[in-house]
Unconditional design. Structure first.
Length: 274
């Protein structure tokens, strides 16, 4: 493991339990130690093969300046979370927050809190179902995959073959091409939902009728082993186990081994996504 340390970054902020701390503010010192499996720049001497120190400093500065937490424990945790989300090469972060002007009677240098966090603690495996039955179906799916790949908070994509499938719910429309994609992400479930919706918008999905034809459709099927149920998002997807066009690609990925409905045909095709 290699390490990069930003030592005692001095930033003015407003974290504290007392009202005057949130109103007047004070200086904080933040030390951020980044753990990377191996810094390629030590061999290549290329700027792109190391961590962008300036971007890490800006994360520290923005977090301290914009936060109104009660506890420096929470401030340190938020800094480590944002730093890990910033660059997938960072495997662990140790953040030390010093509060030299803490409102405590006595002679001291600073009150300090140190928080450690690893990528595995904030990174989750997510699974999406993708489908298209308008225009160039394969190109639509490819563009969606490319947009997923382009998000720095999504990594290690693994996707199934393409399947040509009969439509479900509304039969008077062309057949779909479907696939499923598994990946690791530091996006929260709702952040992931917003991102998938932005992909649909980018690829000009127009919602006309329920279960009708569409340029692209992305559904969140799974997010680790976690369960969500609110007005915007239900995970696991409530109808995924009723749909052969979801279960067959999941089975190919080794993510499902149960019964698969046979009321609609789902035909694996030779073409594949890159």
């Amino acid at each position: 493991m290699d390490f990069i340390t930003l030592k005692r970054c001095k930033v003015y902020g407003y974290t504290g339990c007392l009202d005057f701390e949130k109103e007047k503010g004070q200086y904080f010192y933040v030390t951020c130690k980044l753990g990377i499996s191996s810094i390629e720049g030590k061999l290549t001497d290329r700027l792109e093969d190391t961590i962008d120190y300036a971007s890490i400093f800006e994360i520290i500065k923005d977090t301290v300046e914009s936060s109104r937490f009660n506890l420096i424990e929470k401030l340190a945790s938020e800094i480590s979370f944002r730093v890990l989300k910033n660059d997938s090469r960072i495997e662990e972060v140790h953040v030390l927050v010093e509060k030299p002007d803490a409102p405590v009677d006595g002679d001291f240098d600073a009150m300090m809190v140190e928080i450690s966090q690893t990528r595995s603690e904030i990174c989750h495996k997510a699974v999406l179902s993708l489908g298209s039955n308008m225009g160039d179906r394969q190109e639509n799916l490819q563009q969606a995959i490319d947009l997923l790949r382009g998000n720095k908070e999504i990594d290690k994509l693994r996707f199934a073959s393409l399947y040509e499938t009969q439509p479900v719910g509304y039969d008077d429309q062309p057949d779909f091409l479907n696939t499923c994609v598994e990946f690791e992400t530091t996006l929260t479930p709702h952040e992931l939902l917003l991102f998938t919706q932005s992909i649909e918008k980018t690829l000009h999905r127009v919602k006309t009728i329920v279960n009708g034809p569409r340029t692209i459709d992305l559904d969140i099927l799974l997010y680790g082993t976690q369960r969500y149920d609110d007005n915007d998002l239900v995970i696991p997807h409530p109808r995924m186990y009723e749909r052969a066009f979801v279960l067959r690609p999941l089975n190919e990925l080794g993510l499902y081994e149960g019964e698969i409905p046979e009321d609609k045909y789902v035909r694996k095709i030779e073409e594949s996504l890159i």
